[in-house]
Ligand binder design. Structure first.
Ligand code: ACM
Length: 497
């Protein structure tokens, strides 16, 4: 009945009746999971004779760190797992089953295929209200999606307050208008756009997400996709005398960070402050779509290349990412970046988790190169692409079936265990060049995010008919949570007349 489909569910005779007067109890370490369940189902706390009990137990050890066991009997429900993450997954299963008042008795033993089941939300191209992020996290949790990758900075906007660099938000968070249509268009909408998040807002988001088992991974784009930062602080660029506005166009800009000490110190300071807001063990540093043409002529970049003995300034790309990887390692964090294997001489340095956004073969190459990889192939996971014809600005259609059939292990790659190379996870992407409001994002996300949740979780062969049957109930649940777009929202990417 639910999405994602549990790995193993065995029906038992009878029904468990959900009534408002039911009591819930919990064992040590299971408070947060029990509170969340009580909150979802409107339950009150009780003692060990309560009808619903939540506990940490070594008995479910074979289900791994995110697995859980759920026994539903006519008069009692027992949810157990070895970790809080497992319990929180079980809570979401019960939340999904509780859409009807009588829940069929059953025994569920469930675990995910992949540790990282992420969604990237681009709040740089269009700032989204913080209330929407809270709702989005809760809806992610319903789908057992456990990583919100927040794309906080880009050419078109900087969305996080940083101490000592006030112009990042005073200047970098605002643009006078936006391009209408895809990169290269000559039309603009004349509508000012902007906004940013305070550190207090982001900390609260992180806390609420953690209550639901969702980790928030911040992304600070570097060394490309930085026009908003350069508009605020031109001295961070390669030609400090050049004044640039926050970019109003889409596409790939040649204006990138310098590799001089001022730019490096800026990046280190920002990363340090970002880790103070986001406790996640990972920080995403972008790394994609970074033409290095300016490094081939800027005096400071040429001096840096000479100092490092690089005959090709393109080698500075991997060097730069290595510097930031080390900064993050000193802060106890692992750097993630978009895989650009093959674009820059030397390739990505070791020790980075790579988000493979081209195709799964590209991800497989990164695994062979010794990396942990998050599979994010654009044809299956870019939910900003249209779901049906006409193709829209990207020229690509990604259907519900495309997303549902997505195999993050590409037929047999290993899952990353410990620090060994392999597939760490899968991730869906919501870029927002053409999604100016939460309702536009909802229209992009559903129902494809439901399909993605299934492909990131399941270990069994895809069964699309079964998925469609489960989807109908899931959409009812999403409607009840006000998570679906209002019918009048236009399809994202439709040019404003
Ligand atoms: C990307 O689409 N440039 C990650």
């Amino acid at each position: 009945m639910i999405i994602p489909r549990p790995r193993h569910a065995e029906s038992r005779p009878g029904w468990f009746r959900l009534r408002p007067q039911l009591l819930i109890s919990h064992g040590p370490g299971a408070e947060r999971a029990a509170d969340l369940l009580a909150n979802y189902l409107g339950l009150r706390g009780g003692d060990s004779s309560a009808q619903i009990h939540v506990e940490l137990s070594a008995a479910a050890r074979d289900l791994g760190p995110q697995g859980y066991e759920l026994v539903i009997e006519p008069h009692r429900v027992l949810l157990s797992a070895t970790t809080e993450a497992g319990l929180l997954n079980g809570v979401q299963t019960l939340r999904g089953l509780a859409r009807t008042e009588t829940v069929p008795c059953q025994h569920i033993r469930d675990r995910p295929k992949l540790p990282w089941r992420g969604v990237m939300l681009d709040v740089a191209r269009h700032h989204m209200p913080i209330e929407f992020l809270h709702q989005f996290v809760d809806v992610m949790a319903l789908h057992k999606l456990n990583v919100l990758h927040l794309h906080l900075t880009d050419d078109q906007g900087w969305r996080i307050e940083i101490d000592g660099w006030p112009r990042l938000v005073d200047v970098g968070a605002w643009r006078p208008e936006s391009m209408v249509g895809p990169a290269g268009s000559t039309r603009f909408d004349g509508v000012p756009h902007g906004g940013y998040y305070t550190r207090a807002e982001l900390r609260e988001l992180v806390r609420c997400a953690a209550d639901r088992g969702v980790m928030v991974v911040p992304e600070i784009e570097m060394p490309g996709h930085v026009r908003a930062a350069l508009a605020a602080y031109p001295e961070l660029g390669n030609f400090p005398g050049r004044r640039l506005p926050v970019w109003t166009s889409w596409g790939i800009s040649e204006d990138i960070l310098g590799v001089h000490d001022t730019a490096l110190e800026f990046c280190r300071d920002v990363l340090r402050q970002v880790t103070e807001v986001f406790p996640a063990p990972y920080v995403h540093i972008g790394g994609d779509e970074c033409p290095t043409t300016q490094w081939a002529t800027a005096p400071s970049a040429l001096a840096r290349a000479a100092e490092l003995g690089f005959s090709d300034p393109g080698l500075l790309h991997g060097w730069f990412l290595g510097q930031m990887r080390d900064t993050l390692r000193d802060l106890g964090r692992t750097a993630v970046c978009w895989a650009e294997t093959g674009r820059h001489p030397g390739g990505p340095p070791p020790g980075l988790v790579l988000a493979a956004w081209r195709d799964t073969a590209h991800g497989a190459l990164a695994v062979r190169g010794g990396h942990q990889v998050i599979m994010a192939p654009h044809r299956s996971t870019y939910l900003d692409y249209r779901e049906s014809e006409p193709a829209g600005p990207s020229g690509i259609v990604t259907t519900v079936t495309d997303v549902y059939r997505f195999d993050p292990l590409a037929g047999g790659l290993p899952v990353a265990v410990g620090s060994r190379p392999g597939v760490l996870g899968a991730q869906a992407q919501l870029w927002t060049e053409f999604a100016p409001t939460p309702d536009h994002v909802r229209r992009l996300a559903f129902p494809r995010l439901c399909a993605f949740a299934d492909s990131a979780w399941r270990s069994t062969a895809p069964d699309y008919d079964d998925f469609r049957r489960r989807l109908a109930g899931q959409l009812d649940l999403l409607r009840a949570l006000d998570a679906l777009p209002t019918p009048e929202t236009t399809t994202p990417g439709t040019p404003t007349p």
